[in-house]
Design a protein around this ligand. Structure first.
Ligand code: GLU
Length: 361
């Protein structure tokens, strides 16, 4: 039996009631299933949403939820402890202790932060504690925060070397059409090449939460590139986690993992870091970076955009196809003509032509 952990992400619409407060029953049912999974020898890491919605239910006095993101980030500080208290109670029934881990995109981009986060999760697991992860909304940088937890869950799955990430939401999976509008819509149970379905995911959204199907499919794609199997399934389906892990038919949409896996840092560069510009490179440079060489200025045909050092850039061939993404070594304004390296090999992720990962920014 594999001992790789499993990441279970629960979305806002599943964690909270129609009034916006934390749904104790749902959390209790999910915790019970996780306890069963653990008794079978598999560790589980929970990624939970719901802090903002629960916080607004507490302080909003019944008023409609504001759109101002600074205010939403502030109310997450109210909701996060309420969320954690409910998770704590839900697991306490089985004598299992939980621990809170709040992460931001920076924790995946910065190698030392990434190692620190991984170490903390490993220590919690060694202590038999269930790590409960959310984005550090209260202090997250508005420009670069994840906003939804789907990508966060995919990156956590990569960091901990998970076998599976299960994205629990308010629908049973990915359908051939919107099941609320089309009675003929059927559940797609297995996806091998996620790109073929990305366009179908559209920008569907449920009422609360910031995810939606497009965000889930993008996260599934990130997971798949990280060698992690992703499943989109209904949080309120009884025994959903157990059914997904046993491969029960109809329990959700499974997106299969690619055999090659990107490291967490490569996943971050490829999927999470917002692109600030584009470099068009010649065919010689395309071949060189595909052989894991650095990108040299001699291979750059043209540049678009403005960026500072460390920003992510799309890299395309002369026909405009994105072939790589990487982190700039110098700002667009501050190019040192004597420095031949534009992007170091370690800061580059190359993609098979035609298979560039989706951009979420
Ligand atoms: N970190 C956000 C929260 O806890 C997630 C929002 C979402 O994905 O719905 O509210």
């Amino acid at each position: 039996m594999t001992t790789k952990p499993i990441v279970v992400k629960v979305g806002t619409s599943s964690v909270t009631t129609a009034q916006g407060s934390v749904d104790h029953e749902v959390l209790r049912a999910i915790a019970e299933q996780i306890v069963t999974v653990r008794s079978r020898g598999r560790d589980v890491i929970v990624v939970t949403s719901g802090a903002i919605t629960a916080g607004w239910a507490e302080v909003g006095g019944g008023r409609p939820r504001p759109h101002d993101s600074a205010q939403l980030q502030a109310v997450s500080a109210v909701g996060q402890p309420l969320l954690m208290a409910t998770w704590r109670d839900a697991f306490a029934a089985a004598g299992v202790v939980v621990g809170q881990v709040l992460l931001s995109p920076h924790d995946f981009a910065d190698r030392r932060q990434y190692l620190a986060a991984r170490r903390t999760i490993e220590h919690l697991r060694a202590l038999s504690v269930v790590p409960i992860v959310n984005e550090n909304d209260a202090v997250a940088d508005e420009e670069i925060r994840f906003g939804d937890n789907d990508r966060l869950a995919a990156l956590v799955a990569n960091v901990v070397g998970a076998s599976d990430v299960i994205l629990l939401t308010d629908t049973e999976g990915f359908f051939t059409a919107d099941p609320r509008l089309d009675p003929q819509a059927t559940l797609i149970e297995e996806i091998r090449h996620v790109d073929e379905y990305m366009a179908m995911a559209g920008s569907s959204r449920s009422g609360v939460g910031s995810g939606g199907m497009a965000s889930k499919m993008s996260a599934a794609k990130m997971a798949s590139w990280s060698g992690v199997t992703a499943t989109i399934a209904a949080a309120r389906r009884p025994q959903v986690i157990l059914d997904v892990l046993e491969g029960v038919s109809g329990s959700g949409t499974v997106v299969r993992a690619r055999p090659e896996r990107l490291s967490a840092r490569e996943s971050w560069i490829a999927f999470a870091a917002p692109s600030r510009g584009r470099l068009v490179i010649n065919d010689g440079a395309v071949l060189a970076i595909q052989r894991r060489a650095s990108l040299l200025s001699v291979g750059v045909v043209s540049r678009e955009g403005e960026w500072i050092d460390g920003d992510a850039l799309d890299i395309s061939d002369e026909s405009g196809r994105v072939v790589a993404k990487g982190l700039a070594r110098a700002s667009s304004a501050d190019r040192d003509a004597s420095d031949p390296i534009v992007i170091r090999a370690d800061d580059l992720v190359t993609f098979p032509v035609g298979d560039a990962p989706v951009r979420l920014d």
